[in-house]
Design a binder for this molecule. Structure first.
Ligand SMILES: [Fe+2]
Ligand SMILES: [Fe+2]
Length: 325
């Protein structure tokens, strides 16, 4: 057991074996992974054009908001190289390539890379997207970078990834459900596969935080509080379109997501409540005075958020994204 004076570097080092176990349990090997090609037309086959025609027919009936959400999700997934470099800047992670931490980072990135590939290829074939506009937005997001407000701190970073992976699980799962309703079973299956990956990632990051709570409860509690005070911003927050002021596109994207119920302010509250339950915040022991105050603050948030959400109206303004043909 680690004591009060423990530093973050020691906790991270102490967790290496645990991270190795989660790597085996919660990431899939390449051999057992699905690939985008499993779900999309195969260009080496004679039947390719026929399959593409079918795909385009199914995609014809997808709603404008659903397409907007899909493009935003794709751009977010395609900005993966910057999330990997962000993970590598976390202070105190051992840089030895054989460390379970580094194996986790690489394995996680490798899984994530398939998400952007699958969604991008689908959207390209659908014929409904202005690919050049979408690609420019991806390049912007990578070039602009983003500040996730984790201060390169491992504790804050894993609160962030726990939250963000849960949010992507929810949104991809909902997109799958809506795609099915709108008659596109292949897109539904594709998003279902992505959602299942995100669920495993969320489980792992939540387990990392639970483990840190065992060793360093007060500091972990303060990190959780700090992230919730700053509010969790999605990387898509920094997304922009060619010729559109930075900051505008994201608002319209979240409006579309809220309108079709892919990701709403109620989800933000539910995710927070889920983390409070998962990390047993209510019954945490061994907190110092500051930690106790941080706990009280976090425990009061879900009710506060609910009151605010009740007063919010579903956004009705429709916006024409440059991404959609
Ligand atoms: Fe992903
Ligand atoms: Fe993920």
């Amino acid at each position: 057991m680690i004591t009060a004076a423990t530093s973050r570097v020691e906790v991270i080092k102490w967790m290496e074996g645990f991270v190795g176990e989660k790597f085996t349990e919660l990431l899939k090997t390449v051999e057992e992974s699905w690939q985008p090609a499993d779900l999309l037309p195969d260009a080496t086959l004679e039947t390719f054009f026929e399959e593409v025609k079918d795909l385009r027919e199914r995609a014809r009936d997808l709603s404008y908001d659903l397409l907007a959400v899909l493009v935003g999700d794709t751009i977010t997934e395609e900005a993966l190289p910057s999330y990997e470099s962000w993970l590598m800047t976390i202070k105190g992670l051992p840089q030895d390539p054989d460390s379970p931490w580094m194996k986790w980072n690489r394995g996680w990135t490798a899984e994530e890379n398939r998400h952007g590939d699958a969604l991008n290829r689908y959207l390209y074939l659908s014929g409904r997207i202005n690919m050049r506009e979408m690609e420019a937005s991806t390049q912007y997001l990578l070039a602009d970078g983003f500040d996730l407000q984790t201060d390169m701190d491992p504790y804050r970073s894993f609160v962030y990834t726990s939250f963000q992976e849960t949010a992507t699980n929810i949104s991809h799962r909902r997109v799958a459900q809506i795609a099915k309703k709108q008659g596109d079973n292949v897109l539904a299956k594709l998003c279902g596969h992505v959602a299942a990956d995100e669920a495993r990632h969320a489980k792992a990051y939540k387990a990392f935080v639970s483990k840190i709570f065992e060793a360093d409860p007060s500091e972990m509690m303060l990190a959780f509080e700090d992230m919730m005070r700053k509010k969790i911003v999605m990387p898509a927050h920094y997304m922009r379109e060619l010729g559109v002021d930075i900051g505008k596109t994201f608002g319209h994207f979240t409006d579309a997501a809220q309108r079709i119920g892919v990701y709403t302010s109620a989800d933000y509250t539910d995710i927070l409540q889920g983390l409070i339950d998962e990390w047993k915040i209510e019954t945490l022991t061994d907190l110092n005075e500051q930690g106790e105050r941080a706990r009280d603050y976090v425990l009061g948030l879900p009710a506060r958020f609910k009151r605010v959400a009740e007063r919010m109206k579903a956004p009705s303004l429709e916006y024409k994204f440059r991404w959609i043909a």
